[in-house]
Design a protein. Structure first.
Length: 312
C-alpha cells in the first residue's frame, strides 16, 4: 500500500532549482516571503522570481517556484548545527584528524616503543641483575669463602692461620645470610689476603744503600725518659726485588704499605748493627729474618721488640 500512495521522488534538477529558489529568497530583501497571505501577494512574488530567473536566462516552472517558497517557509534546506555533546565532539575530532593524526600517531608509536623497551628489555634486565646478585650473595660468595678456607687449611704450617680463616669464613657467611654484601665481600678479601700472606717468601734485610738510614732512635712523647731504637729493613724476594708490605705503625696505629720500615730492637742490637756499618761502611750480618711459605710471620735471626714505624 505504501508503494501506491508514496509520492515519487522529484528529479535531481528540480530539487536543485528549488534549493536555488530558497537561496534567492533568503538573499533578496525585496522578496518578503513572511508577508504572503493572499493569492495576489503569492502571484506577485512568483512573478518577481520568474522575472529574476528570466533575466538569468533560466525558465523555471511555476511549480518549482512554489516548491521553493514552501521549502523556505518550512525551513527545508536549512542547516541546523548539531547540539554540543560527546558525539559531536568525537565527530569534530574525526573530521580534524589530518591536523592531529600524525603527531598523535608518532607519540603513540614512541610510547609503544618506550613501553616495549622498558617492560620487554630494561625490566627483565634489571630483574636478571637482581637475581644474579642474590644468587652470588647467597651461593657465590659463600662458595668462595669455603674454597679460600680449604686452600689456607691445606697450605698453612701454623694453626693460627686456620683459626683466623675459620673466624673470617664464619663472619662472612653470617653477613651473606643477612644480605650484607659489603661485609661478605670484605670477608672474601680478608681470606684472600691471608692466603697471599701465607704464600709469601722473602728475606728481611737491613737497608744498606746511599740515601737511606740503616738505623735511628727516637724519644717517645709519652715517656721522654725512654729511648726507642730501630733498624731499617726491607723485604727482598728470591730475585732480590724489594716488596711493598702492609706495616702497622706503632706510633699512630695506622697500617701503611711501604717498601722499607723501622723494626724496634734492643739497644745492644742497634749498637751492633751501627758498629758493623761504621767498620767499613758495609753491614756484613744484614739478614734480620726470613718469611717462609706456609707461615704468617717472619722468623727473626736477631732479637726484636715487636714494634715498627713507617715514618721517621
Amino acid at each position: 500500500m505504501s508503494d501506491v500512495t508514496a509520492k515519487p521522488a522529484a528529479p535531481l534538477d528540480e530539487v536543485m532549482l528549488a534549493m536555488d529558489v530558497v537561496d534567492t529568497l533568503r538573499h533578496r530583501q525585496d522578496l518578503a516571503v513572511r508577508e504572503l497571505g493572499t493569492d495576489a501577494k503569492e502571484k506577485q512574488l512568483l512573478d518577481k522570481l520568474r522575472d529574476i530567473y528570466h533575466h538569468q536566462g533560466i525558465e523555471v516552472p511555476d511549480h518549482i517556484l512554489r516548491e521553493g517558497v514552501a521549502a523556505l517557509q518550512e525551513s527545508r534546506f536549512v542547516y541546523d548545527p548539531p547540539k554540543p555533546g560527546f558525539g559531536t565532539s568525537l565527530a569534530k575530532l574525526y573530521v580534524s584528524r589530518k591536523s592531529w593524526g600524525k603527531p598523535v600517531g608518532a607519540a603513540l608509536v614512541a610510547l609503544l616503543l618506550l613501553g616495549v623497551g622498558y617492560f620487554g628489555v630494561w625490566q627483565p634486565y634489571q630483574n636478571g641483575q637482581a637475581e644474579q646478585a642474590r644468587i652470588e650473595l647467597a651461593e657465590g660468595l659463600p662458595a668462595q669463602m669455603d674454597a679460600l678456607y680449604r686452600t689456607i687449611f691445606e697450605e698453612t704450617k701454623v694453626q693460627q692461620a686456620v683459626a683466623d680463616a675459620e673466624a673470617l669464613r664464619s663472619r662472612g657467611k653470617t653477613f651473606a645470610a643477612e644480605g650484607n654484601r659489603a661485609g661478605a665481600e670484605q670477608a672474601v678479601a680478608d681470606l684472600t689476603a691471608l692466603r697471599d700472606q701465607l704464600r709469601q717468601e722473602y728475606t728481611l734485610r737491613v737497608v744498606n744503600r746511599s740515601g737511606v738510614q740503616s738505623g735511628f732512635w727516637t724519644i717517645p712523647e709519652i715517656n721522654t725518659a725512654a729511648t726507642n731504637y730501630y733498624i731499617v729493613v726491607e723485604a727482598l724476594d728470591s730475585a732480590g726485588n724489594a716488596l711493598s708490605l702492609p706495616i702497622l705503625n706503632e706510633e699512630n696505629g695506622e697500617v701503611e704499605v711501604v717498601s722499607h720500615w723501622g723494626v724496634r730492637v734492643p739497644e745492644n742490637v742497634y749498637d751492633r748493627v751501627a758498629a758493623d756499618k761504621l767498620d767499613d761502611g758495609i753491614i756484613q750480618i744484614n739478614e734480620v729474618g726470613r718469611k717462609s711459605d706456609g707461615f704468617l710471620e717472619v722468623e727473626y735471626n736477631l732479637p726484636v721488640l715487636g714494634g715498627a714505624v713507617t715514618r721517621w
